[in-house]
Design a binder for this molecule. Structure first.
Ligand code: GLN
Length: 206
């Protein structure tokens, strides 16, 4: 997609549940045409897609209920650039450690994730992270009932990890045109992660 102009593209944000408005806002601040995505027609026509934070079980079940799951999976496997934050990371994984009954994931990134890995709601926390490919100050990362990556395949690049009780847990990963973060850059006003997605995965200059 290199050489494409951002203004010629439509960047979707899956808008079935979760904090999609914050992602739409971040994309708009970078000058993107940002579209809340709820239908098959919208999934078919976006040039890239963000899956927001929220509740991965609900997002998975709504995708099935509205008959969108297989279409989205096909588009991703055909190379649609995708970025998932928090619940979105779980959706993009190839396996879930502790899935809720009926919960499915899209298999865009060869990772096994552990849901609510850091503990329950009260254990949500913030941390300053060094992230490969992001220059300048460390990124302030907000984790809310976040997953982490339990294991990753050889084709997965680990972009950032956190150290918890002496063990390193990946919280930002990329595989080809798919990336995911355990945390929520859409909540901080720091646009560098969204910019990275648009520049490096979608292939536009901003
Ligand atoms: N714990 C949620 C889940 O399993 C994710 C939380 C979030 O997206 N902030 O889907």
């Amino acid at each position: 997609m290199a050489g494409k102009k951002l203004s010629d593209l439509t960047i979707g944000v899956l808008a079935l549940q979760g904090d999609f408005r914050e992602h739409l806002h971040a994309l708009q601040q970078l000058g993107a045409v940002a579209l809340p995505v709820k239908t098959a027609e919208e999934i078919s026509r976006v040039d890239a897609l963000i899956i927001p934070g929220g509740e991965s079980t609900t997002i998975s079940k709504l995708l099935r209920l509205f008959n969108l799951f297989d279409l989205l999976k096909t588009r991703i496997h055909e190379g649609l650039p995708v970025y998932g934050s928090c619940a979105g990371m779980i959706m993009l994984a190839s396996a879930i450690d502790d899935p809720a009954s009926g919960q499915e994931c899209l298999g865009a990134i060869d990772i096994r994730v552990k849901r609510n890995a850091f503990g329950r709601q009260v254990d949500s926390f913030e941390s300053d992270l060094d992230i490969a490919g992001i220059t300048g100050e460390p990124v302030r990362a907000i984790f809310i009932r976040a997953p982490w990556v339990e294991s990753a395949g050889a084709k997965v690049d680990i972009l950032a990890s956190v150290l918890i009780e002496g063990k390193c847990h990946p919280v930002a990963v990329r595989q080809g045109s798919a990336m995911a973060t355990s945390f929520h850059p859409e909540l901080t006003g720091d646009l560098r992660i969204h910019r990275y997605f648009l520049e490096e995965l979608v292939g536009v200059e901003i």
